[in-house]
Design a protein around this ligand. Structure first.
Ligand code: HEM
Length: 525
């Protein structure tokens, strides 16, 4: 009997096998059916293990693969949360985000939530999870809040001292990045604003000497951009694959280079400042590195690599957030010329009153600008879900059982668009907070304060620790832009905000027209 050169089986052996066993569609169909049954059973078992009976948003049927929730959330988060809030009518529900099922609690429970410590509801773990810390190089924020403590306890009180040096850097960048012509010029406001704020943030992070290095300032925004590209793209991919697929992204490689470059700047500087302290030659400089070097108590807080990573993570949380906010505020003011006029009149009057000598008290005394900023933040917050926490211990909040390992959060629009709190909530009313009957109530709740109705900064002990910096930096840019420029939309078409996952943003490619105002007084802070 002749044998195939490729096989050592005889033809008789083949005769014993069922014909074309590998490709028979019956077997394929049986395999598929078995997989579906196993998957459905596992899904049902998983959902039967659920400890609550909360309705689930963004899931079409109980055993829908989570990949579909992921993609829908990445593309249509605004619509999903709006519909879910409407259906829930202030009751808790769950949101299938694809990476996990988040329990969405109503904002009225925030006072009760605030009573729990980080051992029960952990913001750090939640931030690291949301921004894929293991892929973006920011995993360390899960283990320490040293940078948060320094921002709250050292940088914020030093802001009056930082005002003029920050204003100088932002104003210098403004002249470079915004057109100087009095003819209408088309430009992209987001990248221009990002560069302005990177100057201010780099000053806060590294101090007045290091900020002179343009590459370090550039890293403040390129690292941020790459971190977010990696996080946004990989949030669309099942968790088990993202560790590998991330390497297909050019942004991931660029991000690695940026982290390395940042460490090369920061680590020697940390060592230098440590040596100065040992030699009793401590320098006074109100910046994050100086304070972190001076105050580190634990091994982690003294580790130069950790300090470099914490600086990078603060940059990631700040530059684009402020720039997005300011561009949305400008776009809202451009759509509402009567509000812009009131804000401009107020700024010019204040400038005259103080003889052009701006300080933090003057910045805090602009009720029309405050109101316009609050209204922009109310309608287009940086993120649709706020107060996100990882549950570290079983607990019951507002009658809802939360289990260790779950994530909980609060819907921002659910509160900020509530018609019981805001009249005509979907309409932009830039001066709503400084109207005669509201000004008293709102003067004690300025833009920078934690306001559990608008939730711009989250709430509680772990609300945004950079809000005072953001408020000051945003006002420095807005005041100068509003004095010096007129704005209009290209083709007269107003700009909308974009969203990816829960993040709302002003698209970097959005264009606006600007021209210098002939009667600008040239405010300089
Ligand atoms: C308009 C600009 C900004 C907005 C809308 C914003 C908003 C937020 C929100 C909603 C949170 C989460 C709070 C929570 O979990 O309850 C947060 C966290 C944070 N923000 Fe901001 N932020 C802005 C600017 C800044 C700036 C300028 C800095 C620093 C200079 C900063 C640093 C941080 C940090 C470090 C955290 C994490 C806090 C933690 O781990 O607990 N942010 N921010």
């Amino acid at each position: 009997m002749e044998r195939s050169v490729f096989s050592n089986r005889s033809d008789d052996d083949h005769a014993l096998l069922p014909p074309s066993i590998g490709w028979d569609w019956h077997y394929t169909a049986a395999l598929l059916a078995a997989s579906i049954i196993i998957y459905a059973t596992l899904s049902l078992l998983r959902s039967s293990k659920s400890y609550d009976s909360l309705p689930v948003a963004n899931k079409l049927f109980p055993f829908e693969p989570s990949f579909f929730s992921r993609i829908r959330w990445a593309l249509w988060a605004q619509q999903i949360i709006r519909d879910a809030d409407k259906k829930a009518q202030g009751r808790p529900y769950k949101l299938a985000r694809g990476d996990s099922e988040l329990v969405i609690l109503p904002a009225r429970l925030i006072p009760e939530l605030n009573r729990y410590g980080v051992d029960v509801l952990d913001s750090r773990k939640s931030h690291a999870f949301t921004l894929l810390g293991h892929l973006t190089g920011m995993e360390v924020v899960e283990h320490t809040s040293y940078h948060v403590r320094m921002l709250q306890g050292s940088i914020t009180p030093a802001l009056p001292e930082l005002l003029h040096s920050m204003a100088k850097r932002i104003s210098g960048a403004l002249k470079e990045e915004f057109p100087q012509s009095d003819q209408w010029t088309i430009m992209k406001p987001l990248p221009a604003s990002v560069r302005c704020f990177s100057e201010g943030i780099a000053l806060v992070l590294y101090g007045s000497k290091m900020v002179e290095n343009p590459r370090l300032v550039e890293l403040t925004y390129t690292l941020t951009r790459n971190v977010f590209v990696v996080a946004f793209a990989m949030r669309c991919v099942p968790s088990c694959l993202n560790r590998y697929l991330a390497w297909l992204l050019p942004a991931k490689w660029r991000m690695h280079q940026d982290w390395k470059a940042l460490s090369d700047f920061v680590i020697p500087e940390v060592q230098r400042r440590k040596t100065m302290i040992l030699e009793g030659k401590e320098e006074h400089s109100p910046d994050l590195i100086t304070w972190m070097v001076q105050s580190g108590r634990t091994e982690l807080e003294r580790d130069p690599q950790v300090l470099a990573t914490l600086c990078g993570s603060v940059a990631a949380g700040s530059t684009y957030s402020i720039a997005n906010f300011v561009c949305r505020a400008l776009s809202d003011l451009t759509s509402n010329p009567e509000v812009l006029k009131a804000v401009r009149t107020e700024i010019l009057a204040k400038n005259t009153e103080i003889g052009g000598r701006w300080d933090t008290a003057a910045l805090a005394d602009l009720p029309c600008l405050e109101s316009a900023m609050k209204e922009t933040a109310r309608l287009a917050p940086g993120t649709l879900i706020v107060y996100s926490r990882a549950v570290k211990q079983d607990c019951v909040i507002g009658g809802v059982p939360l289990k260790k390992g779950q994530f909980m959060t609060v819907s921002g629009p659910g509160r900020a668009m509530d018609p019981n709190i805001y009249e005509d909530p979907t309409t932009y009313k830039g001066l709503r907070f400084c109207a005669d009957d509201k000004i008293k109530e709102h003067s004690v709740k300025p833009f920078r304060s934690v306001d559990t109705d608008i939730l711009t900064w989250g709430a509680g002990k772990w609300a945004c620790p950079g809000r005072y910096i953001a408020d000051m930096a945003a006002k420095i840019l807005l005041i100068q832009l509003i004095d010096a420029y007129e704005f209009s939309f290209v083709g007269g078409v107003p700009l909308k905000h974009d969203a990816i996952h829960e993040f709302l943003f002003f698209h970097p490619d959005n264009k606006m027209q600007v021209r210098r105002r002939k009667d600008a007084v040239g405010i300089s802070l």
